[in-house]
Unconditional design. Sequence first.
Length: 388
Amino acid sequence: MPPTRTMTSSELPEPMSGEERTSYLALSLLPGIGSERLRSLLAACGSAGGALAAPFAFLKAIPGIGSGLAAAIRNLSTAEATRVEQSAGALGAVILLPGDPDYPVSLLELEDRPAVLFALGDRGLLHRPAVAIVGSRDHSRYGGEVAGMVAAQAAVAGLVVVSGMARGLDAIAHEGALQAGGRTIGVLGNGHGVVYPVANRRLYEAVMAHGLLVTEFPPGERPNAGSFPRRNRIISGLARATCVVEAAAGSGALITAHTALEQNRDVFAVPGPITSPVSVGTNRLIREGAFPLLEMSDLLCRYPELTPQAVLTEAPDRSLPSAQVRLLAALRSGPRAADELARRTGVSGGELLALLGGMEIAGLIRQEAGMRFAIVNPGFAAARPGTV
């Protein structure tokens, strides 16, 4: 895969402030304008304020604008933009424009980059290496286990897990990252203040508190059929690689995979049984050239800056999740099998396997013969409970 082009300093948008930000936001909220038309408009008029003051005939002559949009711009008031700014502030969300320091460079490189982002949570996550993990809403037990395991291991290795906050595998990916003590970005197909689906309210609150929720839709805007495909390009755009765990034919996860390819990102797919309807899409992706995800090293080799030693070195500055602390405590006296660890710690099933796999990748433990696990650095594990 050819490398993603890096923007030069001269290509980066200029930061905006004050009335110019409000004018830009007002233009971005116009139905049908889109990021490409908006860039053409700003290039022709010099600024958002200049666009609002430009004559109708001048606006109409700009490629892609036309008479209808020119009339809408001439009649545009900034009152709605001011209301959106106030609504975002009331929710604690920050408005990110392309010239802002926190607007992610990975999205600036896209032809159809979001004209505006509304961010709620830790904006620093937008500048860390990330992997997108997506999949079917209606999934198999296998798919759920794999999504949780991959998300947990990626998080422990130091990657931010990005997904779409949908029910099913998206939700499992977010939860897997958080349960492993990692961080996650949820990309919404609606505005802040709207929880969709309603069943994800607890997850919405957890990601807001321990990760980041981003959207290009203004506060209070409800989802519609077209908002989710648009959201998908942001999911893949924020990540160096996109991993599709399960996807039926026609699944929205396949749209994310295809946008990732268009954005010159890596695409991984988890192979599944040829008899499984939810593996049809992933198996086809592999046949079409996606990387098969057979073990975590397949994915992590795309992130050479994340080595197990680097993760281990950074670990003393952060708290370990309580489940990992219990596992390390159970291993202090010597190697143990997974079933014995489950009895001693109360952690079992897919969560246990995900935690053990993630801790192995992070260099905290190693797997020995007979599926037994041992601590790599006994002194490291002897730190006081809750911290390392």
